[in-house]
Design a binder for this molecule. Structure first.
Ligand code: BF8
Ligand code: SF4
Length: 648
């Protein structure tokens, strides 16, 4: 029989544990209970050796039947499945990016309604980075030209993405030599689906190269463009105070949760929730006001730019409703569970879907119209206000658990903090790495997973790495996990950091764990690593940096894409859960070994956090050795004069 876990075996933080207990008492089934009911999962699926790409199948690879009907073996089948995951992840990030480019286009053409260009400086630097002439041109003309470049990145049929040119030149050479520099984002995704159709690409190594290529179209394409367009439209993040965990819900207020990924609607909701007229309407129904909070990456977007509180990360979406205090949950795309309406049914919560491509059975669809954004946002908030009187006080229990945090670390901010306003530079960071006071950099990113104890691996790994003087960069649900545990509070994190990291952080005024944004903002981590390379003294390619990526508790196809574009960029990635490739020794060996000689980086499957800490530290020290920056300090021999001085 499948093991049924206790609440404290499912979650690390007290808020989630108490809501898991409440869910059970209220008769609500949550993702953790469903994970327990699923048991260990199908072995063929786990190993990646189930194929249903054609209707001679499904075929499953087993000792008795080592080949599918078409002759495809475990290596081919698992590699095709993996490439399809990368493709879906790249599509999700990139389609999000496309939406923002279209919004920027509307703004540039004067059709932006309530939207505008918030960060003109970022528009102009982006235009220069993408080779758009800006001299003497007004912002809207620059934006129009930049939009044309971005749109071409999606539709390009020949050649390669222009965005790739942001990467260090030697890295671009690796991609060119291997033939994995992607052409247009859309055509890369089509190509990947083509090559995984029955009877096309069968060589698992070639399929892995296809996965790297498709992932590059995400990280150095769709995601990079998504982050840039968001910064231009909504402002480049700067350090901002916020708060995280379910305790940000307010018993006296109308609680509205934004959940999903796209910042366009949430940006306007933030403004609408502060509208005096709406606040008055909320008061008229007996509430103190309107309290907007976020879940998942939408939360990260509005936290980074407005300090909007974060109610929780991925696996707290149901638990937020279980508090009984949420009037409305607004979802858009990605990571919004199908279960939300059925959890909501046990309370008074309304679930609203806002994207035409993401509806949920039993949820109310209300398509968000960007050309009439503020009115649309007000209509949505009025639904929440109207629902407040339906709240059942007997079912309300908001855990008194939340943690203050600081977020908002875009590269532009890091430049300013490190160099000061007059000497914007990564130099102090490079110097600290070269002298060994900061041993290296780790990007800890990605999801939480209902099959594990949420946040545990992420938080333990982060604490251990800063203790060992490694600077940590974070995004997505991993960042929220650390926010909940106080690791994004600079003072607390400094206490936990190793002495030399602490000294550097205090001197330059950055915390040892930097929240850099949502999952598309992993592009910020790519650029941070690139700026370090460009600053000099740490090699000339990303693969030489004492740096590593980690996705400890990942679950989504987007995380698979992210992991692949890190490795394609020359940065090793530690995965707390393996990809579904374990039924194919050839493929697993290539991903976790052979790739090293091809792109200068590889994957590590490491379910044990202590082993991950050791692997990461060893990796970083090996890179330092290779750079020649681990020279032993010369022992000084004291002569009599020195000794006399010491005695003083
Ligand atoms: O894009 S970390 S659970 S919310 S997939 Fe989803 Fe994973 Fe969270 Fe953001 Ni990213
Ligand atoms: Fe089976 Fe081959 Fe069809 Fe896959 S593509 S289902 S392995 S016959």
């Amino acid at each position: 029989m499948a093991k049924i876990r206790r609440p404290d075996e499912k979650a690390t933080d007290a808020a989630s544990v108490s809501m898991l207990e409440k869910a059970a008492a209220d008769g609500v089934t949550d993702a953790f209970a469903r994970a327990d009911a699923q048991g260990r999962g199908c072995g063929f699926g786990t190993d990646g050796v189930c194929c249903r790409l054609c209707h001679m199948g499904p075929c499953r690879i087993a000792p008795r039947s080592p080949l599918g009907i078409c002759g495809a073996g475990a290596d081919t089948i698992a590699a095709r499945n993996l490439l399809r995951e990368v493709t879906a992840g790249a599509a999700a990030h990139s389609d999000h990016g496309r939406g923002l480019v279209l919004l920027l286009k509307a703004v540039a053409e004067g059709r932006g309604g309530d939207y505008q260009i918030k960060d003109d400086h970022r528009l102009r630097t982006a235009a220069s980075e993408w080779g758009v002439a800006i001299d003497g041109l007004p912002s809207n003309e620059i934006a129009t030209k930049l939009v044309a470049v971005f749109q071409k990145e999606f539709s390009l049929q020949e050649g390669k993405l222009r965005t790739l040119a942001l990467a260090p030149v030697p890295r671009q050479g690796v991609w060119d030599r291997l033939g994995i520099a992607p052409r247009g984002i859309d055509s890369s995704i089509v190509e990947a689906l083509h090559r995984t159709h029955m009877g096309v690409d069968h060589d698992y190594r070639n399929l892995v190269h296809g996965a790297l290529k498709t992932a590059l179209a995400d990280g150095w394409g769709g995601s990079m463009i998504a982050t840039t367009a968001s910064d231009i439209l909504f402002g480049t993040p700067e350090p901002v105070r916020g708060c995280a965990n379910l305790g940000v819900l307010d018993e006296r207020s109308v609680n509205v949760l934004v959940h999903g990924h796209e910042p366009a609607l949430t940006e306007i909701l933030v403004a609408a929730s502060r509208d005096p007229e709406l606040v008055a309407e909320a008061k008229a129904v007996g509430a103190a006001g309107i309290n907007l909070a976020g879940i998942c990456c939408t939360a990260n977007e509005v936290l980074m730019r407005h300090g909007v509180p974060v109610a929780g990360n991925f696996l707290q979406q149901e638990l937020a409703i279980v508090t009984g205090a949420v009037e409305l949950m607004i979802t858009d795309v990605q990571c919004c569970m199908a279960s939300l309406p059925s959890v909501a049914r046990c309370y008074h919560t309304k679930v609203l879907t806002t994207s035409p491509i993401a509806r949920s059975i039993e949820a109310e669809p209300l398509e968000f119209d960007t050309s009439n954004a503020l009115d649309c946002a007000k209509t949505i908030l009025r639904k929440a206000v109207a629902n407040f009187p339906n709240r059942d006080p007997g079912k309300v229990a908001i855990p008194d658990v939340k943690n203050p945090l600081v977020a908002g670390f875009s590269n532009q901010t890091i430049f300013n903090m490190l160099g000061g306003a007059f000497r914007r530079s990564f130099r102090p960071l490079n110097d600290a790495v070269i002298t060994g006071r900061v041993r290296g950099l780790a990007g800890i990113v990605g999801c939480t997973n209902a099959r594990g104890r949420i946040d545990d691996y992420i938080v333990t790994l982060t604490k251990e790495l800063i203790r060992r003087n490694i600077l940590v960069l974070q995004t997505g649900c991993a960042a929220v996990a650390c926010g909940k545990q106080g690791l994004l509070t600079p003072e607390a994190a400094l206490e936990m950091a190793g002495p030399s990291l602490r000294e550097v952080c205090e001197a330059v005024g950055i915390p040892p764990v930097l929240h850099m944004g949502s999952c598309v903002d992993n592009s910020r981590i790519l650029m941070a690593a690139t700026y370090v390379v460009q600053e000099g003294g740490l090699g000339n390619d990303l693969s030489q940096l004492p740096a590593i990526g980690a996705a400890p508790e990942w679950m989504s196809e987007k995380a698979v894409a992210i992991a692949h574009y890190f490795v394609a960029s020359g940065i090793d990635v530690v995965l707390g859960r393996p990809f579904h490739t374990t039924g194919s020794p050839g493929l697993t060996g290539y991903l976790c070994g052979g790739l090293q000689d091809v792109v200068g980086a590889k994957f590590h499957y490491i379910p044990d956090v202590n082993e991950a800490v050791e692997t990461i530290c060893t990796h970083i020290e090996n890179k330092r050795d290779a750079l020649g920056i681990n020279r032993k300090m010369q022992r000084k021999l004291y002569d009599m004069k020195d000794r006399r001085e010491l005695d003083v």
